[in-house]
Design a protein around this ligand. Structure first.
Ligand code: SF4
Length: 331
């Protein structure tokens, strides 16, 4: 059944609500056939290649927004390290580490509602040098964006901009009250308008329903997001969602399969919370997904990098470098 559905998806079929919910509620005994179907789709578009991303937290904490999952919100009492926007030189040091670790996409992420003029200037200056020295793809994630800021980032050579929808439109106000779901969509539309590749994803496990999860996957399809990071909530003490633990590894895999069946051609990344929520089943996530983050997340630690590289080797999958990065690595 799943293999046939996968073939239909490759041929252009869109899942019905019934089929989408069937993926999320499938009996655990059917998990491997479901993942096999998702892998057929992934393999059709991406083979066995895996894209690696690395996050640099360029500004930590001090955020006036109230996102319920986030330890960088001023509403959170989590004891995190807080610092203002880092320098161009510090961004370049991060890019050097990314290059040495075969990271194809270097993600410059900053806390806050949106970037200041100075933040955009620092990122823009850093990106020109990153491109020249390391050839990495660069993704910026700086919050709500204005038209002129999107244009400036594009001109500087930023490839991609991340702004997650995070959850469904229905559930959004439970998670955040200081900005709206439409504010988020608006930023993604601005990103697209200025020729940046849109990256937008979700955080699963924030008390949303299964219908919400289907809605998120469909919303990202409608937005035509090129890259879809799927985070699994790692609830941090001191945040509004402290103590929330709704996920298990098998359900997390079903969620990844759903996103692959609904967004067959897109880069789907297993993002934050991978280690905590998928546990020993992490390798299976790369059957529906074709990308992972390596290294630490914004305020939580990832697993040791050599374990990730070993996992890819054991799976027989191949790391995909950015084109220019490949040339520079050979030089
Ligand atoms: S997710 Fe971003 S906007 Fe929301 S509180 Fe955290 S840093 Fe602020």
């Amino acid at each position: 059944m799943w293999t046939q559905l996968a073939q239909d998806v490759i041929n252009g079929k869109e899942l019905s609500d019934h089929e989408a919910l069937a993926i999320l509620t499938v009996n655990d005994d059917e998990l491997l056939p479901l993942l096999h179907g998702a892998f057929q789709i992934r393999k059709h578009y991406y083979g066995k290649k895996v894209k690696l991303n690395m996050i640099l937290n360029a500004k930590s904490g001090y955020c006036p927004e109230d996102c319920g999952y986030c330890s960088q919100s001023s509403k959170s009492t989590a004891p995190i390290e807080k610092y203002p926007f880092i320098t161009k030189e510090e961004i370049l040091e991060g890019a050097k580490r990314a290059f040495e670790n075969k990271i194809g996409t270097f993600c410059i992420v900053a806390s806050g509602r949106g970037p200041t003029r100075k933040d955009v200037k620092v990122v823009s200056e850093a990106v020109s040098e990153i491109k020249e020295k390391y050839g990495l793809k660069v993704c910026a994630c700086l919050g709500l964006l204005k038209e002129e800021q999107a244009e400036q980032l594009k001109q500087a050579g930023v490839d991609r901009y991340n702004h997650n929808v995070n959850t469904s439109q229905r559930h959004h106000d439970y998670i955040t009250t200081t900005h709206t779901y439409d504010d988020r969509i608006n930023t993604i539309e601005i990103v697209k308008k200025h020729g940046l590749s849109p990256c937008s994803g979700a955080i699963i496990g924030m008390k949303e329903t299964k219908d919400d999860v289907v809605h998120i996957a469909r919303a990202l399809r409608a937005l035509d997001a090129d890259s879809i990071p799927i985070n699994f909530l790692n609830a941090i003490d001191g945040t509004k969602l402290e103590g929330t633990k709704e996920l298990n590894p098998r359900y997390s895999l079903k969620v990844l399969a759903l996103f692959r069946y609904i967004n067959p051609t897109k880069e789907i990344r297993v993002a934050g919370g991978r280690e905590v929520n998928l546990g020993t089943l992490q390798p299976l996530a790369l059957y529906p997904a074709n990308s992972i983050f390596v290294g630490d997340y914004l305020t939580t630690a990832g697993q040791e990098e050599n374990i990730d590289y070993r996992m890819l080797e054991d799976l027989g999958f191949e790391i995909e470098l950015a084109e220019k990065q490949e040339e520079l690595s050979r030089a």
